[in-house]
Design a protein around this ligand. Structure first.
Ligand code: S3P
Length: 428
């Protein structure tokens, strides 16, 4: 995929539905009572894999243009799948579903692609075992494929060792099958879509500081869900709009959950000209429009509590930093090493190839901004966010970039390259 440099950008963009919220909408609607309609569902590979997993457990799910209709089967209505559940590349699907599967009346096996089979699963195995789940790796102890056997679940009080919404959500989903009040305490606040959606459809979840208390009520009630635009996908255009000299971009209907808006805070701190307009709340999630105009950015330090609020945006933030004045230091981001790829290695290696001054550290990277990136040929590591971050770097480079293996963008943003195409056509 050849990405040519772009000079002038004036665009109104709508972004596909939020990946995290789309997954949760399918999972929770499947185990709720009644029919749900999910609007603006993300038709990316990851979320479609979640749909397939629930179809294998005989949940009736109908998909039209960008809407999904689900006839919920209730908490106890899932049926034993007659094949292995396959999540593809989706970490959110496997980790969250293990919470639901732990509470079922049947045994099953869940797995995913090569990347999934190499990502750590002990982080969910440990708390789910404490709740009474019989769960284990069938080939390697802490890795998928995971076998989950029928068992009774008990409530626990769990102190999470890592800031991870996937782990928190797995425990909360198992907690609705347990026999008392479960509490989960985080070390840093991570995205809270599971808590918000559970409460929206009738669960009893309370937040006190960094602790979350879940009181099972025995039933969830299907409701219409409007999925906001994904701020993690908007992030690519926020960086493009912030860095390009002659740019004005308006992105409408983006999720603005404060556990996800670290990218906006960091870009503002770097000097970006960003405005949030038309703020509203949609099914318990804040949303709004984001307007961004190009300006000169300066380097910053990114560490501590903001990291979980922008963990998926760090690859594209690295691109902004590579073209900012001064040095940007990213620390406490070791979780990046165990995403779809090792995102520290991927971004440092590939941005260097196209002319950035960037260095890897134990828990992040140091980027010394330059006036320009030259361009060149880069690898995607089969990781959607790496491919898209490098595409933005290409648009902002002198000579453009060629991205090998770019189709992984289908995981979270299937029309990403079409939007870039339109921008390039509208420029001339
Ligand atoms: C997600 C949580 C985050 C994030 C991932 C989606 C979720 O992962 O990186 O893309 O939907 O809960 P961790 O829980 O591993 O931090």
């Amino acid at each position: 995929m050849l990405i040519k440099p772009i000079k002038r950008i004036k665009q109104n963009i709508t972004i596909p539905g939020d990946k995290s919220i789309s997954h949760r909408a399918v999972m929770l609607s499947s185990i709720a009572e009644g029919e749900s309609k999910i609007h603006n569902f993300l038709m990316g590979d990851d979320c479609l894999n979640t749909v397939e997993c629930f179809r294998k457990m005989q949940v009736p799910i109908e998909i039209t243009a960008n809407e999904v209709k689900i006839k919920g089967v209730g908490l106890r209505g899932l049926k034993k799948p007659n094949r292995v559940l396959d999540v593809g590349n989706s970490g959110t699907t496997i980790r969250l579903m293990c919470g639901i599967l732990a509470g079922q009346d049947f045994d099953c096996v869940i797995t995913g692609d090569n990347s999934i089979q190499n990502r750590p699963m002990d982080r969910i195995i440990i708390p789910l075992r404490q709740m009474g789940s019989i769960i284990e790796g069938t080939e390697r102890r802490d890795h998928a494929p995971l076998k989950i056997q029928k068992s009774e679940l008990a409530a626990i009080d769990y102190n999470m060792p890592v800031a991870s919404a996937q782990v928190k959500s797995a425990i909360l989903l198992a907690s609705i099958y347990a026999d008392g009040t479960t509490s989960v305490t985080e070390i840093q606040k991570s995205r809270d879509h599971t808590e918000r959606m559970l409460n929206y459809i009738g669960a009893d979840i309370k937040q006190e500081g960094l602790s979350i208390f879940s009181n099972p009520r025995g039933k969830l009630y299907a409701k219409e869900i409007h999925v906001p635009g994904d701020i993690s996908s908007a992030a690519f255009f926020l960086v493009l709009g912030a860095v390009a000299k002659d740019a004005e971009i308006m992105i409408e209907g983006v999720g603005l959950n404060p556990t996800r808006t670290g990218i906006v805070d960091v870009l503002k701190r770097m000097g970006a000209n960003i405005k949030i307009l038309n703020k509203r709340v949609l099914n318990n999630e804040p949303i709004g429009d984001i307007h961004i105009v190009g300006s000169d950015l300066r380097g910053t330090e990114i560490s501590g509590d903001i990291i979980p609020r922008l963990i998926d945006e760090i690859p594209v933030i690295a691109v902004a930093a590579a073209l900012a004045k001064g040095t940007t230091t990213i620390r406490n981001a070791e979780e990046l090493k165990i995403k779809e790829s090792n995102r520290i290695v991927a971004m440092v290696t590939e941005l260097k190839k196209i002319g950035a001054d960037i260095e890897e550290t134990d828990d992040g990277m140091i980027i010394r901004g330059k006036d320009a990136l030259q361009g060149g040929t880069v690898e995607s590591y089969n990781d959607h966010r790496i491919a898209m971050a490098l595409a933005i770097a290409g648009l902002l480079s002198k000579e453009g970039v060629i991205i090998n293996n770019p189709h992984c963008v289908d995981i979270s943003f299937p029309d990403f390259f079409d939007i870039l195409d339109r921008m390039i056509k509208d420029e001339s």
